[in-house]
Design a protein around this ligand. Structure first.
Ligand SMILES: *Cc1c(COP(=O)(O)O)cnc(C)c1O
Length: 408
């Protein structure tokens, strides 16, 4: 078995170790939930305070022009582009993942007139499925059909307009073959929409190289943009050139928003996917976390992520009642480890009390996210040790650990 001293030796040569000081994490906590809400970058409070006190408080409405507020959705999009393998003009930051999926899906259905089926993964993060239901209800004859990703090919007929899949499964951490699936979907004449919520900032995402048509993703998970920080959307340049139409046609997507014309005339380019006023405070927090990401090498992030998840799997497999639900193959693994345990909920609560923060997803999955910028090999060793002690002691059986909050 790997010892704690061996983990310390790995930390001593970790090329990403210096990033730990970029984050303001409480003492005594091993934070394994950065796949749900990323940690606070140390520089974020100062940047947000500056926007609040100076740009808003002192400069007031002048900041729309003078502090570059109006341009902020594009500026942040250009900075996210390298994290997802996109061109700077293919990405914009706005709204939420759910709302952005609504927009790209309406554009996709309009790009495939005559085709009326949207395929989604029945085990996907449900908001994606709910949005697909809502969008298809607006298009005559359209329907949303749920399939397992491994059965996708059988369903790719001439009626499929678009396929929506998560690059990494939010429950099991399984990573899908983005280039392979995209090619098969497009060979069937359909458009491929990727949800990269659980892969952006966790591994190098290559939307352009895969030839993806559209993508959406959030910034409050691995990107550390803060609770409810704005999401992003990606549209391949070839589609932008054709003038795609999305249905949330608000004034920020208008070619001349300050002409206040009664009719909608969309902007050229990615700007037509904007709808309304950007949430500048959330964007300010995201901006400062991107300052940190700009210094990180994604290849090193991926290598360390795999090392940390390998380490955790090695240390916890064989523990009483535990089954590893995450694929062992590196090519099929994102940056989290999901463990099945019949009493996963109280076990996670007992772990949290010991300072190891993970989360739980029904029916029986304990999720642990591994964020290479602020976790060390020693943290992973300590977390595995705490889990072993929680299981051995049986302390999770205490009644208070079974009481559920609104958010699990
Ligand atoms: C986190 C997550 C979302 C979040 O959607 P919001 O609109 O930000 O609430 C959507 N899809 C997936 C796959 C996610 O993991």
């Amino acid at each position: 078995m790997i010892t704690r001293e061996e983990c310390e030796a790995l930390d001593a040569v970790d090329p990403l170790a210096a990033f730990r000081k970029e984050f303001a994490l409480p003492d005594g906590v091993v934070y394994l939930d950065g796949n749900s809400l990323g940690a606070l970058p140390a520089r974020t409070p100062g940047r947000v305070r500056q926007v609040v006190e100076e740009e808003w408080g002192r400069e007031l409405i002048r900041s729309w022009n003078e502090a570059g507020w109006f341009e902020q959705p594009y500026r942040l999009g250009r900075r996210i582009a390298p994290l997802i393998g996109a061109e700077p003009e293919e990405v914009v930051v706005c709204d939420t993942t759910s709302v952005n999926l609504f927009k790209v899906l309406t554009a996709a259905l309009r790009l495939r007139p005559g085709r009326r089926t949207v395929l989604g993964d029945g085990a996907a993060f449900p908001t994606d499925l709910y949005i697909a239901e809502g969008v298809t209800a607006l298009f005559e004859g359209a329907r949303s059909v749920l399939v397992a990703p491994e059965e996708l090919d059988r369903h790719l007929d001439g009626d499929v307009a678009a396929v929506v899949l998560s690059h990494v499964d939010y429950r099991t951490g399984e990573l899908l073959d983005m280039p392979g699936i995209t090619a098969r979907v497009q060979a069937a004449g359909a458009l491929m929409i990727w949800d990269v919520c659980h892969s952006v900032g966790a591994l190098p995402v290559e939307l352009g190289a895969a030839g993806a048509d559209f993508a959406v993703g959030c910034t409050y998970k691995y990107l550390n943009g803060g609770p409810g920080s704005p999401a992003f959307l990606y549209v391949a340049r070839r589609h932008l050139a054709a003038g795609p139409q999305q249905s949330l046609s608000g004034w920020f997507g208008h070619a001349r928003p300050f002409a206040f014309e009664p009719g909608y005339d969309p902007k050229d380019g990615i700007g037509r996917f904007l709808t309304s006023s950007p949430s500048l405070l959330g964007q300010a927090a995201l901006e400062s976390s991107l300052d940190v990401w700009e210094q990180a090498d994604l290849t090193a992030v991926r290598a360390k992520s795999l090392a940390l998840t390998d380490l955790f799997i090695t240390l916890v497999e064989g523990l009483d009642g535990i089954e590893v639900a995450t694929p062992r193959e590196h090519a099929r693994r994102g940056s989290q480890v999901a463990l099945r345990h019949a009493d996963g909920y109280p076990v996670v609560q007992a772990l949290i009390e010991r300072g190891v923060i993970g989360d739980f997803r029904a029916p029986d999955l304990m999720r642990f996210g591994f964020t290479p910028l602020y976790l060390s090999h020693t943290d992973v060793w300590d977390a595995a040790q705490q889990l072993a002690e929680v299981l051995e002691s049986g302390e999770w059986r205490e009644e208070r650990f079974s009481r559920r909050g609104e958010v699990t």
